[in-house]
Design a protein around this ligand. Sequence first.
Ligand code: UDP
Ligand code: MG
Length: 320
Amino acid sequence: MEVNRDKQSKSGRNSVLSIVVPVHNEQDTIQIFYNAIENILPDIDAIIHLHFVDDGSTDATLQILRKLSDVNESVHYISFSRNFGKEAAMYAGLQQSDGDYVAVMDVDLQDPPELLPEMLREVQSECWDAVGTRRSDRYGEKKIRTWLSTLFYKWINRFTQTQLVDGARDFRVMTRQMVEAVLSLSENQRFSKGIFTWVGFRIKYISFQNRKRVAGKTSWSLWQLMKYAVEGMISFSTVPLVIVALLGFISFFIAVIAAIFIVLRALIDNKSAYGWPSMVTIMLFISSIQLLSLGVIGRYVAAVFLETKRRPIYITREEK
Ligand code: UDP
Ligand code: MG
């Protein structure tokens, strides 16, 4: 930003920090976010480039971005042809970013900008390749959401080698090297929380207290969050397939024992009309296992199907 550029020439700072900000219908928050960033400029030891990614907003978001980039040449934006989701927006922003260091941040100030200077210092000190953030609590969130996400982290960490940090946010600062690594995973169905862990590197986590968004409202419904959780599980683990195979094996084993039992019983005491309730129970049990297995396998087939189409992750309509 301009203010910073003047200071930069005086103090000889020469690194660039790109801040990637996905925005979807955020007309009420962009200006507040921009002001908050301007406020922390004196504490930041780098030139700042802002990269907004308009993820198919239908409100005045794009107009506001155009205006901002007209008055400040450090503000860049990409605008998608439709809503591609936050994951795609983050990918586009990382691609467009040019800094030695790159930060990813939400626009609603749920990612406190005042943490940014410290995060940058840690990465610049070269002790860490990335500094991530996690919420120490979930203040202001609906109970059901908190419960579901705790459950999600517990299970996904049990199922995958890629360990996810509970409460970790997408708010992070990375070196260029790590950004390139993240970009090299060009899969279509992106699950950043997993990708960021999968690429490795030395990551430090800073905790902060959860806060509510400053204005506007969240674009995520509970249903979308659940879909996101399933996608995460599918793209980072094949354990559900193992479980399904195990279920199949166990039910086969039970079936063999049951068959022997039934044949013996029919031979010893010839009352074959008995056992209708148990028959129905067994049939229901087996067919439900089959349906469940098909469902799980289907999810993986669908993932392969979507991935083989090699569709672009996003489509740009306008950029500056
Ligand atoms: N966002 C996006 N595309 C979407 C949904 C959200 O780019 O389809 C952006 C949104 O503008 C915000 C960030 O992602 O900057 C986080 O979204 P939100 O605050 O709605 O999610 P929450 O904090 O409730 O998880
Ligand atoms: Mg938010």
